[in-house]
Write a protein that binds this ligand. Structure first.
Ligand SMILES: Cc1ncc(COP(=O)(O)O)c(C=O)c1O
Length: 387
């Protein structure tokens, strides 16, 4: 059975050409630790880290490389920003489409007032609904750039402008858009943008970044302290960036891998996205013709990325995903996708949905086979129900 991978929103696969080779090169031929020595291997690692930082900054409109720091992923980056910046008594606004990578760290901060701005049934946010909720205590707004459940894009540029005008820190979770569509920290007036390396950037797991405005980074306390290879005479965490946030040995195989991935994706981003959206259109079109199938969120390709959630009201969604995998070799993700509030917004709580997320390597044939498999599953149920 041919396998079809439609779970790129969880983690992309395959990775960009050159990623595995770059990681292997580091592990077999390099092996040095940047900032910890002046021998050739340490310098090689220093150059790779520096180059990746510069390339991520260029790609995501964040000119200041020093305040762009590596993290193990988006979750880590969100924890870093929230726990290092927010304090008891602060008021925070988020959309109702946020992932638990946003909600759970916020809920861990004692005395924080968290307010959700409701999105509509397509997962869209009206900026006016957010602005009327701003209070004198509002210190931060966090929005996902695109929903990981239904792919809807949120109006980050307009909200960023509002936050700048009102003097409120603005954080964007670009987990579902980095490497797919334009992400521009400066243009959006964002104080921080969080990106994972293992999704749209087609890099390995365990490496990502937070790109911060320099002045904002200075206000954030480090989440983790430890050796940095710099200021070793001090037993307190240095305040210099990026060392302040990069304690301990970094994920160097990940850095080499992500560097190769970024080199591959950057010149191809528009073409990869155009292809993913073309296939997304075909999937949406086919899904709209299936009986007893509900497309969550936006019905067409406008204002979204290539993440499609389907609810099968007459079936158990987990059973649909399981049959797709076992009988047809199609990998999807079912359930609540770590975003219970997004499912409440879309009217799919508690049953959740089956998510189909497209990316590099998917073909027309994948969509044809997926729609045919879905037709078999929903029609069999129908025949059974009628009989
Ligand atoms: C919208 C969103 N935010 C955050 C995350 C967490 O990303 P990571 O697994 O890289 O920590 C995900 C992962 O699926 C996501 O979809």
């Amino acid at each position: 059975m041919r396998s079809i991978y439609l779970d790129h929103a969880a983690t992309s696969f395959p990775k960009a050409p050159g990623v595995a080779e770059a990681m292997t090169r580091y592990l077999t031929n390099v092996g040095g630790n940047p900032g910890r020595g002046s021998y050739a291997a340490a310098t090689d690692a220093e150059i790779a880290s520096f180059t990746l930082r510069e390339k991520l900054c260029a790609l995501f409109g964040s000119p200041d490389a020093e305040s762009s720091v590596f993290t193990p992923g988006a979750t880590w980056g969100l924890n870093l920003v929230f726990k290092g910046y927010l304090k008891s008594g602060d008021h925070v606004l988020v959309s109702s489409m946020e992932h638990n990578a946003v909600m759970r760290p916020l809920n861990q901060i004692p005395g924080l007032y968290i307010e959700k701005v409701p999105c509509d049934s397509e997962g869209s946010l009206v900026v006016g609904d957010l602005s009327t909720r701003i209070r004198p205590q509002t210190r931060l707004v966090c929005l996902t750039h695109a929903s990981n459940v239904c792919g809807t894009l949120l109006p980050v540029e307009a909200v960023g402008a509002l936050c700048r005008e009102r003097g409120i820190a603005f954080v964007v979770d670009a987990s579902q858009t980095a490497g797919h569509v334009s992400v521009d920290r400066e243009k959006w007036n964002a104080d921080a943008i969080v990106v994972p390396g293992h999704k749209g950037l087609l890099g390995p797991q365990g490496i990502g970044a937070v790109l911060m405005l320099h002045a904002f980074a200075q206000l954030v306390e480090p989440l983790v302290a430890g050796g940095t290879g710099s200021r070793s005479n001090m037993e307190t965490q240095p305040s210099e960036l990026p060392d302040k946030f990069e304690a301990g040995t970094q994920n160097l195989p990940g850095i080499y891998g992500l560097l190769a991935a970024v080199a591959y994706v950057t010149p191809r981003m528009e073409a990869l996205q155009a292809e993913a959206m073309r296939l997304c259109g075909a999937l949406l079109d086919g899904a709209s013709r299936l009986p007893n199938t509900r497309i969550l969120g936006k019905q067409g390709v406008e204002g979204r990325v290539s993440v499609v959630a389907l609810d099968f009201p007459e079936l158990d969604n987990a059973m649909v995903a399981d049959r797709l995998a076992r009988e047809f070799g199609i990998a999807t993700r079912c359930g609540l996708h770590c975003a219970p509030s997004a499912h409440r917004t879309l009217g799919s709580f508690p049953q959740g949905a089956v998510r189909f997320s497209l990316g590099m390597g998917n073909t027309d044939e994948d969509i044809v086979q997926t729609l045919s498999a879905l037709e078999t599953i929903v029609t069999q149920r129908h025949t059974f129900a009628q009989g």
